[in-house]
Design a protein around this ligand. Structure first.
Ligand code: SAM
Ligand code: SF4
Length: 426
């Protein structure tokens, strides 16, 4: 979502005559787009800002903090970090060109005054702003913003405001534009992407219409909530050849007591029933998830319920996090963050270990198969190896000498080996 928002910000600033450089030494303005979802996201930004202090000592520089951390910490951040000149939250980017212009003028006059734009909007969808996209194979398209779910652990409703969906016609225009510019894959984005609704349009109708745009090879989406999977959406994923057979289905916990405290609106059994429904309709689906360990009052029994559910569900992979208390959330106000960090860590390790074994085993089912792969570029480990993704979003690497027409090409790879992270093809 932040990559997508950064593309939006770049477009807004370029329209007003700002010029971007990859060379930090040449920049008059440095913008840091931030995440607030866990404390370690904050810590990365504090480390980055302290590095920028040295840069700012050497020459005039306007430093701007954008995104969820700016929105959530507001004056805290401004007070703690004197080098920050501008703060802009996710709904305030239209004000950024003027904020930066006045900050640059003030700096020339030797005035040090902070500038804030932190209003949350019920309507802002950045309609009419075509993102200045990073080059590559994938184009992000934000289809809805904000979230109304207020899961008790989550800061998103406070930093990104109320849920609002974009006009489908403008989404389709953007999809056609991305296709015309040579992007092969579109990923539809939203904090709660499958609760998309605009008049008569729901998410099933939207994803089908986007996938109907010719020249697009693949359409993905993230992140959906398990509560919004009507039969029509499962049917759309099952039947449209260009909608990828991958669903990221955040679980969070396998304990019904904890799920209730989290405000997730489903039980472990209901989650498993949904997994079952999806698998019956789409047998080759790849299912991935998010899990939080050590949420307030999570007992050993609660954790065991999560462990058992992970064993039972046999999902293809999982992101597993330690619970991180977020300022302003329901959990921060109502429940004690009472699980010691060490216990959170042990629980994460146990889940990572079992999920890794499940993932490795599930990946082995591809050995001996020939799969369509969309090439993304070189493998991170070696420039002599190519890298791409299966329809289910699993990474495949291969020796380039076995065939590598380059990024954006759809090829078929015969899979001869598999690990928990990678399929090996030729
Ligand atoms: N909207 C998605 C959903 O309903 O599940 C989740 C989006 S959230 C931005 C991404 C993931 O971050 C969540 O699925 C959750 O596992 C994790 N997360 C959110 N708040 C967290 C917190 N306070 N501590 C640890 N992990 C958290
Ligand atoms: Fe956060 Fe997702 Fe819950 Fe919204 S649905 S509050 S984004 S975890």
């Amino acid at each position: 979502m932040n990559e997508s928002d950064s593309e939006l910000v770049r477009s807004l600033l370029k329209q007003q005559g700002f010029v971007f450089t990859e060379d930090r030494e040449r920049a008059d303005v440095l913008l840091v787009n931030t995440c607030a979802i866990r404390e370690n996201a904050h810590n990365k930004i504090y480390a980055h800002l302290s590095e920028l202090k040295a840069v700012k000592k050497q020459r005039p520089l306007v430093v701007g903090v954008l995104g969820c951390m700016a929105q959530n910490l507001k004056t805290d951040l401004a007070d703690k970090e004197p080098i920050v000149d501008v703060l802009a939250g996710p709904d305030s980017y239209r004000q950024l060109p003027s904020l930066l212009t006045t900050a640059l003028e003030a700096q020339e006059q030797g005035l040090a005054q902070k500038r804030f734009a932190l209003d949350l909007s019920e309507y802002e969808t950045y309609e009419g702003i075509l993102p200045d996209r990073d080059s590559g194979v994938n184009a992000w398209i934000t289809v809805m913003r904000g979230c109304d779910n207020f899961c008790s652990f989550c800061v998103v409703p406070y930093t990104r405001g109320r849920e609002r969906s974009r006009d489908p016609e403008s989404i389709l225009d953007e999809a056609r534009d991305a296709a015309a510019r040579g992007f092969k894959q579109i990923t539809l984005l939203g904090q709660n992407v499958n609760s998309y609704r605009y008049g008569e349009w729901d998410f099933a109708r939207l994803i089908t219409a986007v996938a109907d745009v010719s020249e697009i090879e693949r359409v993905r989406f993230t992140s959906p909530h398990p509560k919004d999977f009507p039969p029509a959406l499962i049917e759309a994923i099952a039947t449209h050849p260009r909608v990828c057979k991958h669903i990221h289905l955040p679980l969070q916990s396998g304990s019904d007591r904890i799920l209730e405290l989290m405000g997730r609106t489903y039980t472990g059994a209901e989650y498993l029933a949904l997994v079952d429904r999806i698998r019956r309709a789409i047998p080759d689906i790849v299912l991935t998830t998010d899990i939080i360990c050590g949420f307030c009052s999570e007992s050993d029994d609660d954790f065991q319920a999560t462990f058992r559910l992970v064993e039972q569900a046999q999902l293809d992979s999982a992101y597993i996090f330690k619970y991180s208390e977020r300022k302003n959330t329901i959990a921060a106000r109502k429940y004690a963050d009472d699980i010691p960090d060490q216990v959170k860590g042990q629980r994460v390790s146990k889940l990572v270990e079992i999920q890794r074994a499940i993932t490795a085993e599930r990946n082995r089912r591809y050995i001996g198969k020939t799969l369509p792969v969309l090439i993304e570029g070189d493998a991170t480990r070696s420039p002599t190896q190519g890298m791409g993704k299966t329809d289910g979003n699993i990474t495949v690497v291969w020796d380039k000498s076995t065939g590598h027409p380059g990024p954006g090409a759809m090829v078929t790879k015969h899979i001869f080996d598999a690990s928990a992270a990678t399929l090996y093809g030729e």
